[in-house]
Design a protein around this ligand. Structure first.
Ligand code: HEM
Length: 521
């Protein structure tokens, strides 16, 4: 019996090794023959990208430094291909190739992100199939227009007032997990304006605040996806979504239970809204006041005449819940991270604060009087945000995409065995714009001669083309109000001996999150 088991186990290992060898050799030969040194090919069995990122973190305190270095040393490199035999990734670096991929989204789909992603976001905007996505995007776009955002400023300011409300002037300087403090604000702003209700008192079974928990689940699911050998092998056989639900390890079961808990909380909120709106006498005439009402109104109107709709147009309750969960995550983590990095840079260089204040003075308003239209009059603050997006790219790459048939456009070929993605920030520092590219220099965005050198695909922190981030204006508006509020109400200072180490945890963020000290004025 034991002998048979050992033979069986040995055969599985052999099959795995054969698969790795065959797939890797095939892709290596195709790309070397086609492109020679124009593509850089890296290989590490099974772990692939995760190995290079972990190594890079150890050596350079930055999980992406290895990629930055490849491009700096060879600025003409058109793509970096990371092979593992299981999760083989093609990262486009050439601007023309990035353009092709941005324009041809219809040919690609996403079926791989992190453990359990399908249970949280499968029917949500980033992952649903192309035709459904198109309808969702059209339906939701207006909620993110500048005019719609403008009306939400009073709620944003109201929420921002809660930033570190536990701190008193007498506490002096205190080290804070700036990222978590900001997430509480960004998520609450989002939920109040989009769901029409606060969430801050809603707790998960493990006692965590719901918005912190959703970010933690995505992050834990991502770490498991890229570093658990067991899950990597399972995902290679069944695909990431299916693998999340079968033959679960203890660690996987724990994450899945947290996902179920979160889902059922949000489902309860959706049910409440459905029940409230279904009692409305004149639903057709009712003007929704937020994103959630807009969605639920459409859902209820469809339900009344369900026979008149094509199956693919029908909004299901799962879509409603997963769309909530999608925006809950997308609207929270990213913006908090961008703002944290801006505060980190400001803490290192107090003259930045003075420059921001002098710009604010020229604008003729203080923080309390500031409206969203005034933000356009603050180009230096804008340059700080752009420079942080460049230096710390919150999202370093798009979610990897798959294609069912080999993709060819111009001289770009993507084999169907590869997952394809774009880099979002240019790492090559040939252009004068990128002088001293490792340094934080917001002024580079104020020099028009320099900015004109940029191609439209050198800096796309919010992606580009039809799948560009729907929340980009919202994120920038939030970051600006947050920074101005914090600088007006707090002193910020560096954490002594703090060493910044950046790594990928679903988003690109510092390993040690207590990145600044603050003191209430
Ligand atoms: C600094 C903040 C942010 C950054 C850097 C960022 C970045 C991105 C990027 C790069 C994508 C493309 C992902 C892909 O196609 O694989 C994306 C998509 C998306 N983002 Fe953002 N985002 C931010 C804030 C927000 C906010 C505040 C929201 C919503 C409130 C949001 C909602 C979304 C959604 C729904 C998508 C999917 C869009 C689609 O597929 O059509 N994001 N974001």
């Amino acid at each position: 019996m034991i002998f048979n088991l050992l033979i069986g186990f040995g055969l599985i290992i052999l099959l795995i090794l054969l698969r790795i060898t065959y797939k890797t050799a095939r892709l290596y030969l195709i790309y070397k023959n086609k492109y020679g040194n124009q593509v850089k090919i890296l290989f590490y069995p099974i772990l692939g990208l995760a190995y290079f990122m972990q190594n890079s973190l150890k050596l350079h305190d930055d999980g992406y430094q290895f990629l930055k270095q490849i491009v700096k040393e060879n600025p003409k490199v058109k793509a970096i291909i990371i092979l593992s035999g299981f999760m083989d990734i093609f990262i486009a670096n050439d601007n023309e190739w990035i353009k092709y991929l941005s324009q041809d989204q219809k040919q690609f789909y996403k079926d791989d992100a992190f453990f359990g992603y399908d249970s949280l976001h499968g029917e949500g905007m980033p992952f649903c199939d192309y035709n459904r996505w198109k309808k969702q995007r059209l339906f939701l776009n207006s909620s993110f227009h500048f005019d719609s955002l403008k009306q939400r400023v009073p709620i944003l300011k109201d929420e921002i007032n809660n930033f570190c409300s536990f701190l008193k002037p007498s506490d002096g300087f205190v080290k804070i997990n700036c990222y978590n403090q900001l997430k509480l604000i960004t998520s609450e702003f989002f939920t109040r304006t989009f769901f029409g209700r606060p969430f801050k008192d809603v707790k998960c079974k493990n006692g965590k605040n719901i918005s912190l928990e959703i970010c933690d689940i995505c992050s834990d699911g991502y770490t498991l996806r890229i570093s658990s050998l067991y899950f990597i092998i399972k995902a290679a056989i069944f695909g990431c979504a299916k693998a999340s639900h079968i033959l679960q390890s203890q660690a996987e079961k724990k994450i899945m239970n947290r996902i179920r808990d979160l889902y059922s909380i949000v489902e309860g909120v959706v049910d409440e809204k459905i029940s409230e709106m279904s009692k409305m006498k004149d639903l057709i005439q009712y003007q929704p006041t937020n994103f959630s009402e807009l969605y639920v109104k459409e859902y209820l109107l469809q339900q009344k005449n369900i026979q008149n709709y094509k199956k693919e147009d029908i909004i299901s309750k799962v879509e409603l819940v997963q769309q909530y969960l999608t925006f809950f995550f997308a609207g929270t983590d990213t913006t908090a991270q961008l703002t944290s990095m801006c505060l980190y840079e400001i803490s290192k260089n107090p003259s930045i604060k003075e420059k921001i204040f002098s710009e604010l003075k020229q604008c003729g308003k203080n923080y309390e009087q500031l409206e969203s239209s005034d933000l356009q009059k603050l180009p230096y603050l804008d340059a700080i945000i752009r420079e942080c997006n460049r230096l710390y790219s919150v999202v370093a790459f798009l979610f990897p995409r798959r294609t069912d048939t080999n993709y060819q456009r111009g001289d770009l070929y993507i084999d169907k065995d590869l997952l394809a993605t774009n880099r979002l920030i240019q790492y090559a520092d040939e252009k004068e714009f990128f002088n001293e590219s490792e340094k934080f220099i917001p002024e580079r965005f104020l020099n028009q001669k320099n900015v004109q050198q940029l191609s439209p695909y050198d800096m796309i922190p919010f992606s580009s083309g039809e799948r560009i981030c729907i929340g980009q204006n919202m994120a920038i508006m939030e970051a600006k109000f947050l920074i101005l509020y914090i600088l007006t109400h707090f002193e910020i200072a560096e954490v002594p001996n703090y060493k910044l180490r950046m790594s990928q945890f679903m988003i690109n963020q510092p390993v040690d999150l207590e990145i600044i000290q603050i003191k209430r004025i």
